[in-house]
Design a binder for this molecule. Structure first.
Ligand code: SF4
Ligand code: SF4
Length: 206
């Protein structure tokens, strides 16, 4: 009899505890609720989801938040189709903006057909390794090492290595994500407006 009484008591206690916790969670969820503009999801859906950072934000979601917030204009995403950016502007009732596309440009013209070679590099096949191992084999200390870390890192297939071992950028495919800029141990890439057709193809600082 006493056992049955204890079981009923324990059950009642657990039920009361469960009720109190449920009430606490309900109040907490109301108090801690943070409103998120549902248009952010809609705008994010209209973005390319490449999360490349070309717009200068942490990724497509962050870009969508800033566009909805009025801090950035849709045209800032240079990876998206222009019609898609226009759809975003119309959806939000804001101006499209006008941002010139940027592309990666290489500051080296010293391919294997013209560059002097002082040693043959036979180590791990990356530009970063070659740069550490005495700066690679080229006589020019500023020149492209030609192993293609930049082409490897480009998620948009916008770089190919030409027959002289120099990277070539396909401007139409470049999204200006900056990955090649970051990875090149010789700092040979920079992002420039696509309309700029002249640039110094050399970083020699001697
Ligand atoms: S540009 Fe830089 S990363 Fe690309 S092949 Fe030349 S040295 Fe290597
Ligand atoms: S890695 Fe360089 S070439 Fe490729 S998309 Fe990014 S900026 Fe353009």
């Amino acid at each position: 009899m006493e056992t049955l009484h204890n079981v009923i008591l324990a059950g009642a206690f657990l039920a009361a505890l469960g009720g109190a916790l449920a009430l606490f969670l309900a109040i907490a969820s109301k108090r801690l609720y943070v409103f998120e503009d549902p248009r952010i999801n809609e705008v994010e859906e209209m973005l390319p989801h490449s999360n490349c950072g070309a717009c200068g934000t942490a990724g497509c979601r962050n870009f969508a938040e800033q566009v909805v917030d009025g801090k950035l204009e849709p045209a800032r995403c240079t990876v998206n189709q222009p019609e898609q950016n226009l759809s975003i502007a119309e959806f939000l009732g804001i101006t499209l903006g006008d941002v010139e596309k940027r592309v990666a440009r290489l500051a080296c013209a010293g391919g294997s057909h013209v560059a002097k070679i002082r040693a043959e590099y036979v180590g791990h096949s990356t530009c970063r390794s070659a740069a550490i191992a005495g700066g690679g084999g080229k006589a020019c200390a500023w020149g492209c090492l030609g192993i293609g870390d930049c082409a490897e890192v480009c998620d948009f297939d916008a770089i190919f290595m030409d027959r002289h071992g120099l990277p070539q950028v396909i401007a139409e495919q470049c999204t200006a994500c900056g990955d090649c800029v970051d990875i090149c141990p010789k700092q040979l890439f920079s992002l420039q407006p696509v309309s700029r057709k002249l640039w110094l193809a050399c970083r020699n600082e001697a």
